[in-house]
Design a protein around this ligand. Sequence first.
Ligand SMILES: C[S@@+](CC[C@H](N)C(=O)[O-])C[C@H]1O[C@@H](n2cnc3c(N)ncnc32)[C@H](O)[C@@H]1O
Length: 393
Amino acid sequence: MAKVANKDFFLKQKIHSKIKLDLFGKTLACALAIAGTQANRNSSESSFHYLDLFAGEGQYVEGDTGSPFIAIEKCINQISNPVNNLNRFRLIFVEKDRDSIQTLQRNITNQYKNSLNENIAIEFIGNEWEDVINDLRNKMSSSEWGFVFADPFSTELNIRSFESAFNSVSELKDYMILFNFQAIKRIMGSSRANYKIIEDCCGIKVEDLDKDENRITQIQESIKRRLHFKKFQIGVAITSSRREELLVSDYFYLVLATSSLGVIDGFLKAYENVINDTRQSLIQRPLPFSPNESNILDTKIIEILKDNPKKITYEELSAELFNTFISWGKSVRLPGYIIPSSKNINKALSRLAIGQKIDIFAPAHLRNRREPNRLKIVKSNHAAREIYIQYRG
Ligand SMILES: C[S@@+](CC[C@H](N)C(=O)[O-])C[C@H]1O[C@@H](n2cnc3c(N)ncnc32)[C@H](O)[C@@H]1O
């Protein structure tokens, strides 16, 4: 059964999969670049582990590249990055399907035999990842930096296993997981006998969901709770496609858990670019497109500040903004629905400060020299902890 699914899946890449992989690749590149800047070249720990739990075949029959190829490319690029203090990259590909892991191995050998050097070590594990959790945990713990990608077809990831595998692995690892929300909604509307799938995949019993609240929001919150071991968790919806056309739907949910504002920013910038491209094509097509709405990010910031009578740091404000689910449908249709990237938060804060709705307390080196109400773009967690914001009323 799985064999047939794999064969079909790896024939031709769907356009929504390209979007997912674009977001994945740009976020991984950003994580590598940040690690490359911060790592200590002289330390034996200056290595980066990439772990792909659902690796697939690396390349689709029609030529498109999958996550393993993209990860290898990003590591090769990082080596030639002018700022790179990482001296070793280890990539671990886990794939349970016997034919697919062999195809992956063959594809990688064919494509990269001349371009891989001794700094990049690749390991193939032909198993279900849950069967090798201890081994994976040990490997991931052996370097300071890393990235774990989980890209199942549908609801195969057990979030509790994921939590127990990685919650004790060091601070500087990032995690990206794809959830199929359409499948989750379908199962919720089906017989109770299937509810165990949701419990495994999302970490909450359907029976425990509050019927009066939005059940999908509760499921998103449950997923984020399972990823509590990272400071920030952010989830964006990705649409699906039919006959090579993108739909306007919140079909998939891509979650990033990280302790780095910089990694979140790389992810959100990539998402904003995809949304802008899609929005352009929607404007040209007669699809429901709502005219300008007032700026939703400004409104959200005010709501958060009103709930916090004391001043809060930029970092705390960001974490709260990331808690809001980012809908694909709303992002492409409502121009006022702004993604909370550092640039957009910066613009919103300066509009609110100029409108005398908020006060910003920041050291001079983080303020724009010519415009005192405007901050510099916040690039690090450290800077985000030096800035305080308060509602003025
Ligand atoms: C959606 S595909 C991955 C696609 C890949 N990320 C890419 O970009 O091409 C999911 C893969 O996970 C594999 N898989 C499913 N359950 C697994 C498990 N428990 N452990 C390891 N691999 C698994 C499937 O055989 C399939 O090849």
